[in-house]
Design a protein around this ligand. Structure first.
Ligand SMILES: NC(=O)c1ccc[n+]([C@@H]2O[C@H](COP(=O)([O-])OP(=O)(O)OC[C@H]3O[C@@H](n4cnc5c(N)ncnc54)[C@H](OP(=O)(O)O)[C@@H]3O)[C@@H](O)[C@H]2O)c1
Length: 199
């Protein structure tokens, strides 16, 4: 399969890229490096990426930013950070990409455990994660041509846990191998409209 990974240079994306490259043609994408550059906060940039890459079989997104700040410090603009990047950035990868993807292709987005298991200062991420889960569940109903969509919702990954542990009391960090397996299940498996929780 020809697979685009947006966020391929990040903590999760680089390990996933190594795994999927064993069996597939991978096109890595990120805003500062990669085979193609894309800024997911810009629809024009996303269209440019798809035009450059051409037809493909799977798109995996392991990217997206959102505000991490105490609830009472959050300003309206902080919510828009997550809406513009992690939420609409990933949704636009699907809404624009559906016209470029091959029949029976798949989209895999990333949300996170904070959708349903909140922590202090996590509201800016939690509400976006919840929206992405709902988007995936609903889009799975209407995508045509055999195109599938799933959302991987990882817990705090072991590789990111150093220094963050105190912010996630009682959370058991998840091994990267389990997180990568969630993406592999989405891309190489059969389900659609699923939230694949790796907790
Ligand atoms: N790590 C965890 O423990 C964990 C747990 C649950 C959920 N998640 C979620 O998983 C996703 C990835 O997490 P991560 O820890 O792997 O993140 P990360 O290490 O910060 O990597 C982010 C990736 O996205 C790219 N990127 C950043 N802004 C971009 C933009 N505007 N357009 C295109 N690419 C952009 C980065 O490359 P450039 O800088 O070159 O753009 C990088 O490749 C995030 O949505 C995060 O919330 C992570």
């Amino acid at each position: 399969m020809k697979i685009i990974i947006v966020g391929a240079t990040g903590t999760i994306g680089k390990v996933l890229t190594t795994e999927l490259k064993k069996r597939h043609e991978v096109v890595s994408a990120a805003s500062k490096s990669g085979d193609v550059r894309v800024d997911i906060t810009s629809s024009a940039s996303i269209k440019e990426m798809y035009a450059k890459v051409g037809k493909f079989d799977a798109l995996v997104s392991t990217t997206g930013k959102a505000a991490f700040a105490p609830f009472h410090a959050l300003k309206e603009e902080d919510f828009y950070t997550g809406i513009k990047s992690k939420m609409m950035g990933q949704i636009n990868l699907v809404m624009i990409g559906k016209d470029f993807i091959n029949d029976n292709g798949s989209f895999t987005l990333t949300s996170g455990i904070l959708a349903t298991d909140p922590i202090k200062s996590g509201t800016g991420l939690s509400f976006v994660n919840g929206a992405l889960n709902s988007f995936g569940i609903s889009a799975g109903v209407e995508l045509t041509r055999g195109i599938r969509i799933n959302v991987v919702s990882p817990g705090l990954v072991e590789d990111s846990a150093a220094g963050l542990g105190a912010a996630f009391p009682g959370h058991v960090p998840v091994p990267m191998s389990r997180v990568v397996s969630g993406y592999v299940k989405s891309v190489e498996g059969f389900g659609t409209g699923k939230v694949i929780e790796i907790y």
